[in-house]
Design a protein around this ligand. Structure first.
Ligand SMILES: *Cc1c(COP(=O)(O)O)cnc(C)c1O
Length: 405
Protein backbone atom coordinates (compact mmCIF):
# COMPACT_ATOMS: atom_id res chain seq x y z
CA UNK A 1 0.00 0.00 0.00
CA UNK A 2 0.93 3.64 -0.55
CA UNK A 3 2.82 5.18 2.39
CA UNK A 4 0.58 8.22 2.64
CA UNK A 5 2.29 9.62 5.70
CA UNK A 6 5.67 9.55 3.98
CA UNK A 7 4.08 11.29 0.96
CA UNK A 8 2.43 13.95 3.17
CA UNK A 9 5.76 14.82 4.73
CA UNK A 10 6.95 15.94 1.26
CA UNK A 11 4.22 18.64 1.09
CA UNK A 12 5.07 21.55 3.42
CA UNK A 13 1.72 23.33 2.94
CA UNK A 14 -0.16 20.38 4.43
CA UNK A 15 1.55 20.74 7.80
CA UNK A 16 -0.31 23.96 8.67
CA UNK A 17 -3.45 24.87 10.57
CA UNK A 18 -6.32 26.87 9.09
CA UNK A 19 -8.68 28.68 11.48
CA UNK A 20 -7.03 26.78 14.33
CA UNK A 21 -7.64 23.35 12.78
CA UNK A 22 -5.32 21.06 10.82
CA UNK A 23 -5.76 21.84 7.14
CA UNK A 24 -7.80 19.22 5.27
CA UNK A 25 -7.20 20.08 1.61
CA UNK A 26 -9.90 18.55 -0.58
CA UNK A 27 -9.83 20.96 -3.53
CA UNK A 28 -7.38 19.00 -5.64
CA UNK A 29 -9.47 19.14 -8.82
CA UNK A 30 -8.94 22.93 -8.76
CA UNK A 31 -5.22 22.67 -8.09
CA UNK A 32 -2.92 20.25 -6.28
CA UNK A 33 -0.33 21.11 -3.65
CA UNK A 34 3.37 20.96 -4.51
CA UNK A 35 6.01 18.64 -3.08
CA UNK A 36 9.11 20.25 -1.60
CA UNK A 37 11.24 19.04 -4.52
CA UNK A 38 9.13 21.10 -6.96
CA UNK A 39 9.28 24.19 -4.74
CA UNK A 40 13.03 23.84 -4.26
CA UNK A 41 13.60 23.35 -7.98
CA UNK A 42 12.02 26.71 -8.74
CA UNK A 43 14.15 28.32 -6.05
CA UNK A 44 17.31 26.59 -7.33
CA UNK A 45 16.63 27.71 -10.87
CA UNK A 46 16.54 31.38 -9.93
CA UNK A 47 19.49 31.02 -7.53
CA UNK A 48 21.81 29.15 -9.88
CA UNK A 49 20.91 28.89 -13.58
CA UNK A 50 18.47 31.67 -14.46
CA UNK A 51 19.05 32.62 -18.10
CA UNK A 52 16.95 32.78 -21.23
CA UNK A 53 16.83 29.58 -23.26
CA UNK A 54 17.65 28.51 -26.82
CA UNK A 55 20.09 31.31 -27.35
CA UNK A 56 23.27 29.33 -26.91
CA UNK A 57 24.94 32.54 -25.84
CA UNK A 58 26.69 31.53 -22.63
CA UNK A 59 27.11 28.93 -19.91
CA UNK A 60 23.91 29.62 -17.95
CA UNK A 61 21.81 29.85 -21.11
CA UNK A 62 23.07 26.44 -22.14
CA UNK A 63 22.28 24.86 -18.76
CA UNK A 64 18.80 26.42 -18.69
CA UNK A 65 18.11 25.21 -22.20
CA UNK A 66 19.30 21.72 -21.34
CA UNK A 67 17.06 21.49 -18.25
CA UNK A 68 14.10 22.90 -20.17
CA UNK A 69 14.54 20.36 -22.95
CA UNK A 70 14.99 17.54 -20.41
CA UNK A 71 11.47 18.27 -19.21
CA UNK A 72 10.21 18.02 -22.77
CA UNK A 73 11.75 14.56 -22.97
CA UNK A 74 10.28 13.59 -19.56
CA UNK A 75 6.87 14.80 -20.72
CA UNK A 76 7.21 12.85 -23.95
CA UNK A 77 8.01 9.68 -22.00
CA UNK A 78 5.23 10.41 -19.46
CA UNK A 79 2.63 10.54 -22.25
CA UNK A 80 4.41 8.01 -24.45
CA UNK A 81 4.49 10.39 -27.42
CA UNK A 82 6.72 9.33 -30.30
CA UNK A 83 8.98 12.37 -30.35
CA UNK A 84 9.73 15.49 -28.34
CA UNK A 85 8.65 17.64 -31.32
CA UNK A 86 5.08 16.59 -30.42
CA UNK A 87 5.27 18.22 -26.97
CA UNK A 88 4.42 21.94 -26.94
CA UNK A 89 4.69 23.92 -23.70
CA UNK A 90 1.80 26.32 -23.10
CA UNK A 91 0.50 28.19 -20.08
CA UNK A 92 -2.12 25.55 -19.21
CA UNK A 93 -4.92 23.36 -20.49
CA UNK A 94 -6.97 26.42 -21.43
CA UNK A 95 -4.09 27.81 -23.47
CA UNK A 96 -3.49 24.43 -25.16
CA UNK A 97 -7.14 24.16 -26.24
CA UNK A 98 -7.17 27.74 -27.53
CA UNK A 99 -3.99 27.05 -29.50
CA UNK A 100 -5.66 24.13 -31.29
CA UNK A 101 -8.88 26.11 -31.88
CA UNK A 102 -7.03 29.10 -33.32
CA UNK A 103 -4.67 27.13 -35.57
CA UNK A 104 -5.94 23.68 -36.52
CA UNK A 105 -9.52 24.85 -35.97
CA UNK A 106 -9.38 27.97 -38.12
CA UNK A 107 -7.62 26.03 -40.86
CA UNK A 108 -9.87 22.96 -40.89
CA UNK A 109 -13.33 23.96 -39.70
CA UNK A 110 -15.77 25.65 -42.04
CA UNK A 111 -19.44 26.58 -42.39
CA UNK A 112 -21.76 23.71 -41.51
CA UNK A 113 -18.97 21.56 -40.04
CA UNK A 114 -19.67 20.04 -36.66
CA UNK A 115 -17.65 20.11 -33.45
CA UNK A 116 -18.77 17.50 -30.94
CA UNK A 117 -18.38 18.21 -27.21
CA UNK A 118 -19.98 16.51 -24.20
CA UNK A 119 -22.33 17.67 -21.46
CA UNK A 120 -19.43 17.17 -19.01
CA UNK A 121 -17.07 19.76 -20.49
CA UNK A 122 -15.21 22.43 -18.56
CA UNK A 123 -15.84 25.95 -19.86
CA UNK A 124 -12.31 25.97 -21.26
CA UNK A 125 -13.29 23.11 -23.56
CA UNK A 126 -16.53 24.82 -24.62
CA UNK A 127 -15.88 28.52 -25.11
CA UNK A 128 -12.87 28.31 -27.50
CA UNK A 129 -14.99 26.08 -29.79
CA UNK A 130 -17.98 28.41 -29.57
CA UNK A 131 -15.77 31.32 -30.57
CA UNK A 132 -14.48 29.31 -33.53
CA UNK A 133 -17.96 28.09 -34.50
CA UNK A 134 -19.27 31.65 -34.43
CA UNK A 135 -16.47 32.87 -36.66
CA UNK A 136 -16.80 30.00 -39.14
CA UNK A 137 -20.52 29.24 -39.08
CA UNK A 138 -19.82 25.79 -37.67
CA UNK A 139 -22.18 23.86 -35.41
CA UNK A 140 -21.56 22.66 -31.84
CA UNK A 141 -23.16 19.36 -30.91
CA UNK A 142 -23.20 17.78 -27.47
CA UNK A 143 -22.95 14.18 -26.27
CA UNK A 144 -25.83 13.78 -23.80
CA UNK A 145 -25.33 12.05 -20.44
CA UNK A 146 -27.30 9.63 -18.30
CA UNK A 147 -28.39 10.69 -14.84
CA UNK A 148 -25.36 8.96 -13.31
CA UNK A 149 -23.02 11.27 -15.22
CA UNK A 150 -21.88 8.87 -17.96
CA UNK A 151 -22.08 9.59 -21.68
CA UNK A 152 -24.99 8.16 -23.63
CA UNK A 153 -22.51 6.14 -25.66
CA UNK A 154 -25.17 4.83 -28.05
CA UNK A 155 -25.77 8.44 -29.20
CA UNK A 156 -22.23 8.56 -30.66
CA UNK A 157 -23.31 6.55 -33.68
CA UNK A 158 -25.60 9.34 -34.88
CA UNK A 159 -23.71 12.29 -33.40
CA UNK A 160 -20.48 11.38 -35.17
CA UNK A 161 -21.07 11.67 -38.91
CA UNK A 162 -19.33 12.93 -42.04
CA UNK A 163 -19.90 16.58 -40.97
CA UNK A 164 -18.03 16.01 -37.68
CA UNK A 165 -14.56 17.53 -37.99
CA UNK A 166 -13.53 17.46 -34.35
CA UNK A 167 -14.53 15.76 -31.11
CA UNK A 168 -13.23 17.54 -27.99
CA UNK A 169 -13.95 15.90 -24.63
CA UNK A 170 -12.40 15.44 -21.24
CA UNK A 171 -10.87 12.16 -20.16
CA UNK A 172 -12.04 12.59 -16.56
CA UNK A 173 -14.78 15.03 -15.54
CA UNK A 174 -13.62 17.66 -13.04
CA UNK A 175 -17.20 18.18 -11.81
CA UNK A 176 -18.35 14.56 -11.32
CA UNK A 177 -15.21 12.44 -11.56
CA UNK A 178 -16.59 10.27 -14.39
CA UNK A 179 -13.85 8.45 -16.31
CA UNK A 180 -15.03 8.61 -19.91
CA UNK A 181 -14.67 5.78 -22.47
CA UNK A 182 -12.46 7.83 -24.77
CA UNK A 183 -11.02 4.73 -26.48
CA UNK A 184 -14.46 3.93 -27.93
CA UNK A 185 -15.00 7.53 -28.93
CA UNK A 186 -11.61 7.89 -30.62
CA UNK A 187 -12.21 4.77 -32.71
CA UNK A 188 -15.66 5.99 -33.80
CA UNK A 189 -14.41 9.50 -34.59
CA UNK A 190 -11.48 8.23 -36.65
CA UNK A 191 -13.80 5.92 -38.58
CA UNK A 192 -15.45 9.01 -40.11
CA UNK A 193 -12.21 11.01 -40.39
CA UNK A 194 -12.85 13.33 -37.43
CA UNK A 195 -9.96 14.42 -35.20
CA UNK A 196 -10.06 14.05 -31.42
CA UNK A 197 -8.79 16.43 -28.75
CA UNK A 198 -8.67 15.09 -25.19
CA UNK A 199 -8.76 17.47 -22.23
CA UNK A 200 -6.58 15.51 -19.81
CA UNK A 201 -6.49 18.10 -17.01
CA UNK A 202 -7.94 15.63 -14.49
CA UNK A 203 -6.67 12.34 -15.89
CA UNK A 204 -2.88 12.73 -15.77
CA UNK A 205 -2.90 12.55 -11.96
CA UNK A 206 -5.25 9.60 -11.89
CA UNK A 207 -3.98 7.04 -14.40
CA UNK A 208 -1.11 6.40 -16.77
CA UNK A 209 -1.83 8.05 -20.13
CA UNK A 210 -0.44 6.64 -23.37
CA UNK A 211 -1.26 8.98 -26.24
CA UNK A 212 0.26 6.56 -28.72
CA UNK A 213 -1.97 3.67 -27.64
CA UNK A 214 -5.00 5.98 -27.35
CA UNK A 215 -4.30 7.32 -30.85
CA UNK A 216 -5.85 10.68 -29.91
CA UNK A 217 -4.84 13.61 -32.12
CA UNK A 218 -4.34 16.17 -29.34
CA UNK A 219 -4.00 15.78 -25.57
CA UNK A 220 -3.84 18.70 -23.11
CA UNK A 221 -3.02 19.07 -19.43
CA UNK A 222 -1.90 21.62 -16.82
CA UNK A 223 1.18 21.21 -14.62
CA UNK A 224 -0.57 22.66 -11.58
CA UNK A 225 -3.05 19.76 -11.35
CA UNK A 226 -0.11 17.33 -11.48
CA UNK A 227 1.70 18.63 -8.35
CA UNK A 228 3.58 21.14 -10.52
CA UNK A 229 3.52 24.95 -10.78
CA UNK A 230 0.79 27.18 -12.20
CA UNK A 231 1.36 28.90 -15.53
CA UNK A 232 2.63 25.80 -17.36
CA UNK A 233 0.70 23.44 -19.58
CA UNK A 234 1.27 20.86 -22.24
CA UNK A 235 -0.19 20.30 -25.67
CA UNK A 236 0.57 16.97 -27.27
CA UNK A 237 -0.27 16.77 -30.96
CA UNK A 238 0.50 14.25 -33.68
CA UNK A 239 3.45 15.53 -35.69
CA UNK A 240 1.68 15.49 -39.06
CA UNK A 241 -1.08 17.70 -37.64
CA UNK A 242 1.27 20.10 -35.84
CA UNK A 243 3.44 20.36 -38.96
CA UNK A 244 0.47 21.36 -41.09
CA UNK A 245 -0.90 23.86 -38.58
CA UNK A 246 -0.15 27.57 -39.02
CA UNK A 247 1.59 29.29 -36.12
CA UNK A 248 -0.59 31.20 -33.68
CA UNK A 249 1.32 33.71 -31.62
CA UNK A 250 4.06 35.51 -33.44
CA UNK A 251 7.29 36.64 -31.84
CA UNK A 252 10.74 35.52 -30.82
CA UNK A 253 11.77 31.85 -30.81
CA UNK A 254 9.00 30.76 -33.19
CA UNK A 255 10.76 32.10 -36.30
CA UNK A 256 13.60 30.97 -38.51
CA UNK A 257 14.20 34.36 -40.10
CA UNK A 258 12.36 37.65 -40.13
CA UNK A 259 12.37 40.45 -42.63
CA UNK A 260 9.68 43.01 -43.34
CA UNK A 261 9.01 41.22 -46.62
CA UNK A 262 8.82 37.65 -45.37
CA UNK A 263 9.16 35.65 -42.17
CA UNK A 264 9.84 31.92 -42.09
CA UNK A 265 8.84 29.84 -39.13
CA UNK A 266 10.84 27.63 -36.83
CA UNK A 267 10.60 23.85 -36.61
CA UNK A 268 8.40 22.02 -34.12
CA UNK A 269 7.98 22.40 -31.23
CA UNK A 270 9.37 25.97 -31.25
CA UNK A 271 6.92 27.10 -33.95
CA UNK A 272 4.25 27.22 -31.23
CA UNK A 273 6.37 28.63 -28.41
CA UNK A 274 6.65 32.34 -29.16
CA UNK A 275 8.37 34.50 -26.58
CA UNK A 276 10.08 33.63 -23.31
CA UNK A 277 8.24 30.77 -21.63
CA UNK A 278 7.84 30.02 -17.91
CA UNK A 279 11.31 28.43 -17.81
CA UNK A 280 11.44 27.73 -14.07
CA UNK A 281 7.91 26.37 -14.20
CA UNK A 282 8.63 24.00 -17.08
CA UNK A 283 11.75 22.70 -15.33
CA UNK A 284 9.72 22.21 -12.13
CA UNK A 285 7.07 20.32 -14.11
CA UNK A 286 9.87 17.83 -14.81
CA UNK A 287 10.31 17.36 -11.06
CA UNK A 288 6.54 16.95 -10.60
CA UNK A 289 6.58 14.23 -13.26
CA UNK A 290 9.48 12.55 -11.40
CA UNK A 291 7.37 12.64 -8.23
CA UNK A 292 4.37 11.05 -9.95
CA UNK A 293 6.60 8.45 -11.64
CA UNK A 294 8.15 7.57 -8.28
CA UNK A 295 4.76 6.26 -7.13
CA UNK A 296 3.07 3.10 -8.30
CA UNK A 297 0.01 3.81 -10.46
CA UNK A 298 -1.84 0.80 -9.10
CA UNK A 299 -1.25 2.00 -5.51
CA UNK A 300 -2.25 5.57 -6.39
CA UNK A 301 -5.51 4.57 -8.05
CA UNK A 302 -6.29 2.04 -5.29
CA UNK A 303 -5.68 4.69 -2.63
CA UNK A 304 -7.85 7.29 -4.37
CA UNK A 305 -10.58 4.69 -4.90
CA UNK A 306 -10.49 3.95 -1.16
CA UNK A 307 -10.82 7.66 -0.33
CA UNK A 308 -13.69 8.01 -2.80
CA UNK A 309 -15.50 4.91 -1.52
CA UNK A 310 -15.11 5.97 2.11
CA UNK A 311 -16.32 9.54 1.44
CA UNK A 312 -19.24 8.28 -0.67
CA UNK A 313 -20.36 5.76 1.95
CA UNK A 314 -20.19 8.30 4.80
CA UNK A 315 -21.96 11.00 2.77
CA UNK A 316 -24.81 8.66 1.93
CA UNK A 317 -25.42 8.06 5.66
CA UNK A 318 -26.28 11.75 6.04
CA UNK A 319 -29.94 12.74 5.63
CA UNK A 320 -30.65 14.87 2.57
CA UNK A 321 -27.34 14.29 0.80
CA UNK A 322 -27.58 13.95 -2.98
CA UNK A 323 -24.46 12.89 -4.84
CA UNK A 324 -24.11 14.00 -8.47
CA UNK A 325 -22.14 11.58 -10.61
CA UNK A 326 -22.46 7.93 -9.68
CA UNK A 327 -20.67 6.38 -12.64
CA UNK A 328 -19.17 2.91 -12.12
CA UNK A 329 -15.75 4.29 -13.13
CA UNK A 330 -14.88 7.46 -11.25
CA UNK A 331 -11.72 9.30 -10.26
CA UNK A 332 -11.38 10.90 -6.81
CA UNK A 333 -14.14 13.51 -7.05
CA UNK A 334 -17.42 13.65 -5.15
CA UNK A 335 -19.94 16.41 -5.92
CA UNK A 336 -22.97 16.74 -3.66
CA UNK A 337 -25.67 18.94 -2.20
CA UNK A 338 -27.41 18.66 1.17
CA UNK A 339 -31.18 19.19 1.21
CA UNK A 340 -31.88 22.81 0.30
CA UNK A 341 -28.71 24.23 1.84
CA UNK A 342 -26.73 26.48 -0.44
CA UNK A 343 -23.38 24.92 -1.41
CA UNK A 344 -21.62 28.18 -0.60
CA UNK A 345 -22.94 28.18 2.99
CA UNK A 346 -21.70 24.63 3.48
CA UNK A 347 -18.32 25.49 1.97
CA UNK A 348 -17.94 28.49 4.27
CA UNK A 349 -18.74 26.46 7.38
CA UNK A 350 -16.34 23.72 6.26
CA UNK A 351 -13.62 26.30 5.70
CA UNK A 352 -14.09 27.61 9.25
CA UNK A 353 -13.23 24.08 10.40
CA UNK A 354 -10.08 23.89 8.25
CA UNK A 355 -11.66 21.85 5.43
CA UNK A 356 -11.03 23.23 1.92
CA UNK A 357 -13.59 22.21 -0.72
CA UNK A 358 -14.85 23.95 -3.83
CA UNK A 359 -18.42 25.21 -4.12
CA UNK A 360 -20.30 26.52 -7.13
CA UNK A 361 -20.47 25.50 -10.76
CA UNK A 362 -16.83 24.26 -11.09
CA UNK A 363 -16.67 25.83 -14.60
CA UNK A 364 -19.29 23.38 -15.91
CA UNK A 365 -22.48 25.46 -15.99
CA UNK A 366 -24.21 23.46 -18.76
CA UNK A 367 -23.87 20.32 -16.62
CA UNK A 368 -25.64 21.92 -13.67
CA UNK A 369 -28.39 23.17 -15.98
CA UNK A 370 -28.85 19.52 -16.95
CA UNK A 371 -29.23 18.56 -13.28
CA UNK A 372 -31.32 21.66 -12.56
CA UNK A 373 -29.13 22.90 -9.69
CA UNK A 374 -26.93 26.01 -9.61
CA UNK A 375 -23.91 24.09 -8.35
CA UNK A 376 -22.60 21.71 -5.72
CA UNK A 377 -20.05 21.17 -2.98
CA UNK A 378 -17.11 19.26 -4.45
CA UNK A 379 -14.49 17.31 -2.52
CA UNK A 380 -11.63 16.04 -4.66
CA UNK A 381 -8.77 13.83 -3.55
CA UNK A 382 -5.04 13.57 -4.14
CA UNK A 383 -2.39 11.01 -3.21
CA UNK A 384 -1.63 12.81 0.06
CA UNK A 385 -5.18 12.68 1.45
CA UNK A 386 -5.93 10.19 4.21
CA UNK A 387 -8.95 8.23 5.41
CA UNK A 388 -8.75 10.23 8.68
CA UNK A 389 -9.11 13.43 6.65
CA UNK A 390 -12.26 12.02 5.04
CA UNK A 391 -13.61 11.43 8.54
CA UNK A 392 -12.70 14.99 9.64
CA UNK A 393 -14.46 16.30 6.55
CA UNK A 394 -17.62 14.31 7.34
CA UNK A 395 -17.58 15.41 11.00
CA UNK A 396 -17.19 19.03 9.88
CA UNK A 397 -19.98 18.60 7.33
CA UNK A 398 -22.37 17.25 9.98
CA UNK A 399 -21.58 20.24 12.17
CA UNK A 400 -22.16 22.61 9.23
CA UNK A 401 -25.54 21.02 8.51
CA UNK A 402 -26.46 21.26 12.18
CA UNK A 403 -25.57 24.97 12.24
CA UNK A 404 -27.61 25.63 9.08
CA UNK A 405 -30.72 23.72 10.22
C1 LIG B 1 -8.80 22.67 -14.58
C2 LIG B 1 -9.41 22.16 -15.82
C3 LIG B 1 -9.30 22.86 -17.02
C4 LIG B 1 -8.62 24.19 -17.13
O1 LIG B 1 -7.29 24.13 -16.72
P1 LIG B 1 -6.45 25.47 -16.55
O2 LIG B 1 -5.23 25.00 -15.80
O3 LIG B 1 -7.29 26.41 -15.74
O4 LIG B 1 -6.14 25.99 -17.89
C5 LIG B 1 -9.86 22.30 -18.15
N1 LIG B 1 -10.49 21.12 -18.11
C6 LIG B 1 -10.61 20.42 -16.97
C7 LIG B 1 -11.31 19.09 -17.00
C8 LIG B 1 -10.08 20.91 -15.80
O5 LIG B 1 -10.21 20.22 -14.66
Amino acid sequence: MLDVHAIRSLFPILQQQVHGRPLVYLDNAATTQKPIAVIERIDAYYRTTNANIHRGAHHLANISTEHFEQTREKTRAFLNARETAEIIFTSGTTDSINLVAQTWGRQNIGAGDEILLSMLEHHSNIVPWQMLAEEKGAVIRVIPIHDNGTWQVESLDTLINERTKLVAVNHVSNALGTINPIETLIAKAHATGAKVLIDGAQSVTHMPVDVHALDCDFYCFSAHKLYGPTGVGVLYGKRELLDAMPPWRGGGEMIKSVSFEKTTYNELPHKFEAGTPHIAGVIALGIAIDFVQSLSWSEVTAHKQQLLDHATALLLEIDGVRIFGTAPHKAGVVSFNVASHHPFDIGTLLDQQGVAVRTGHHCTEPLWNFYGVPGTVRASFAVYNTLEEIESFITALKKAIHLLS
